[in-house]
Design a protein around this ligand. Sequence first.
Ligand SMILES: [Zn+2]
Length: 339
Amino acid sequence: MTNTALEKRSKISTQIDLDKDGVQHGHLIIPHSRNDSPWGSLLMPLSVFKNGEGPTVLLTGGNHGDEYEGPIALIKLIQSLEIDKVKGRVIILPALNYPAVKAGTRLSPLDGGNMNRSFPGDADGTITQMIADFVQRFILTRVDAVVDIHAGGKIMSFLPTAVIHNLPDPDHMERTLAAARAFGAPNCLVLEELDAAGMLDTAVEEMGKIFISTELGGGGSNRPETVRIAETGIHDVLVHLGILDEAPKGPGKTRFLGTPAEAFVIADKTGLFEFTAELGERVEKGHIVARIYDLDNPTAAPAEYRAPCDGIVIHRHLMGQINRGDCLAVMGQETDNFS
Ligand SMILES: [Zn+2]
């Protein structure tokens, strides 16, 4: 029942044959010996829809475990996708960091692993590293494109946006932009990452393949609008890639935003956090976007944080308390370069 070709090279096995035509719902079977289950495994959901020749897309949610639009949209897709309308292959991992999604935490409770800093992974490493290794070597090598649905998690909130990166190869950039336009989110951020090493994004982009991510809302919950953006965007990317023979659902005209080098505002105080702008608000350089108060010195003036440039507030720290070093806001600037 297991795929022996995969078994030889990873401790993770699966009853699914990734290359077989038809609909298969199963698991990545991840050995996890523990007190309450000495010979136990984790059964991480995996679905594959394959119908003949055509492009392959990987759809992932739950890269971080407290971001819910991806798992919800992908479970709905698993239940609704009609194989007769598929040309090529759709591989779905609704909970990429499965232990984290089960726990409702950003990182894995088993090894502290941040899935999006764990690529290319390690076949002999921790569970997070083993999952990353399996995805890197056995799934990414089969795909033409990846859509990885993120949101702000419990701590952050975003203006709903697709996310891509500036890519050095013009053809690679144009293919990525075309997919991002098809995704049709209200906004698309062309992001300069603070720390790109180890990201799924980087692993896919280094293979010259299309990678679309998102940041949809936040707060460790979800809203009708953000789930709809995820569902519609995934559907329309499948149509765009020629995998799904249906009409696009979204009229979605996307506003492209860039992040200048100074766009990230970092707190240098710990305290009570007052955010003084709205997500999506257009502010001028110098506008006060946040204050931090010291509860133990109530007469002390708060620390004030100002917009480092003209632009649109696309991200905010969400909780009412903040720590020194936390990112409290990110600014985006509209650009016509990609429209
Ligand atoms: Zn995330």
